[in-house]
Design a protein around this ligand. Structure first.
Ligand SMILES: [Zn+2]
Length: 407
């Protein structure tokens, strides 16, 4: 290509020495041997390319707006790179028929019409190579070095008992920490090449109102106010066999065993996300007690709160893992009978109580939908049902959200 462009330049010079109306053949017979050889070389170049000379010579530069500036990118020019530090400053240009492709680290990340470029959002920082082709064959390229500041996404309105997902984009290599007024310290985990996420559970007992959240991203501090909204909770009056109650909820030994075996496991947070949204309801059946239910048992004037949902169905019905994860506990406990605890990553856990039998053991990796046990009525239970709970570390949250929308 370079040789051809040189040829065109020479041709223009050769023509300028001739009368404007003189055809080339007329000039050649009187020319020197040197001129003859130039002319032959030019003819060879032209004949080897079917494109007309004028359109090749006149491909206009592409005017690219980058932030407040306009940059002219010449056709077939060497790659030059623009620095862009805000999403609003990504390059745009007016070329309705242009086709564009963008690569990042040799990987294709965009392919389409110039019009669709407006929707393109680099998922991470780094150099993106833009290639633009016009219908007349002219081609342009330029690099865009994206160095966006970390972007935090957090919902600021939430109901009692829900889970807040804090997402940080363009966060590669940045140390993120968070402090909240919600009696929980969220922990960030890398959840992609350039994204980190943290879970912030809101207790169902947290009083409605405004709570501060501070996210520290490297040197930058982001401050939020989380509005916790009231949620209506069911009230239930339960009659429990006094003997069962004495052996379970009212038993110091049963509570001590729980404290010793389960509480330490709640602190675990695998730095890997195993779960895929949404979660799966582990068993079908009648919902006999709702999440967060305020429960008065026998004649006790002080209510307890129900940390999960109770699903009543026939003894022996298979209980399925609600999501992929790592089994932290699978054993009999005096308080909750045959019990399974699964870690789904980032501290997100599901709990399964009162089962008749267990199919997995601690340390097993399980898949969503895999049978982990069978419905029973072991521990603090009045009949065959599965108690299903969801928690972020030590805070139980609404499992319905995970089942319907995911976390
Ligand atoms: Zn229950």
């Amino acid at each position: 290509m370079k040789r051809f462009i040189t040829g065109v330049t020479v041709l223009a010079v050769a023509f300028s020495t001739l009368p404007a109306c003189a055809p080339q053949e007329q000039a050649v017979p009187d020319s020197s041997a040197l001129e003859q050889s130039i002319s032959e070389s030019i003819s060879a170049d032209i004949s080897s390319d079917p494109e007309p000379v004028s359109s090749q010579a006149a491909a206009p530069a592409l005017e690219v707006a980058v932030g407040g500036a306009t940059v002219s990118v010449a056709a077939d020019a060497e790659l030059s790179t623009f620095d862009v530090s805000a999403v609003e400053n990504l390059p745009v240009f007016s070329a309705p028929d242009a086709q564009c492709s963008i690569t990042w680290n040799g990987e294709s990340v965009f392919e389409g019409a110039a019009e669709a470029l407006k929707e393109f959002r680099p998922s991470q920082n780094g150099v993106y190579t833009y290639k633009v082709a016009l219908p007349d064959g002219s081609a342009y390229q330029f690099g865009v070095n994206c160095q966006f500041p970390v972007k935090i996404t957090v919902p600021t309105t939430v109901q009692q008992g829900e889970t807040i997902l804090i997402r940080a984009d363009y966060a590669n290599g940045i140390t993120l920490t968070a402090q909240s007024g919600l009696d929980f310290t969220p922990q960030f985990f890398a959840s992609g090449d350039n994204t980190q996420t943290a879970l912030l559970p809101v207790r169902y007992t947290t009083a409605p109102g405004a709570y501060p959240l501070t996210v520290q991203a490297g040197e930058v501090t982001f401050r939020y106010e989380i509005q916790v909204q009231k949620r209506e909770f069911e009230v239930q009056y339960l009659t429990m066999d006094p003997g069962t109650a004495a052996d379970t909820a009212l038993s110091a030994a049963a509570n001590a065993e729980w404290e010793q075996k389960i509480e330490p496991l709640k602190k675990i947070a695998d730095p890997q996300r195993y779960w895929e949204n949404p979660f799966l309801q582990p068993v079908e059946g009648e919902i006999t007690t709702e999440f967060g239910c305020i429960r008065y048992t026998n004649d006790d004037p002080t209510p307890t709160r129900h940390s999960g949902i109770d699903i009543a169905t026939a003894k022996g019905t298979p209980v399925l893992a609600s999501n992929n994860g790592r089994v932290l506990f699978a054993d009999y406990l005096q308080l909750t009978g045959n019990t399974i605890l699964i870690e789904h990553g980032y501290g997100l856990k599901t709990f399964y109580y009162h089962m008749d039998s267990l199919n997995v053991k601690a340390g097993d990796m399980v898949q969503k939908g895999q049978q982990i046990g069978a419905v029973g009525t072991t521990g603090y239970s009045t009949g065959p049902h599965l108690h299903f709970g969801l928690a972020v570390n030590n805070v139980f949250v609404n499992p319905w959200t995970a089942l319907q929308n995911g976390i």
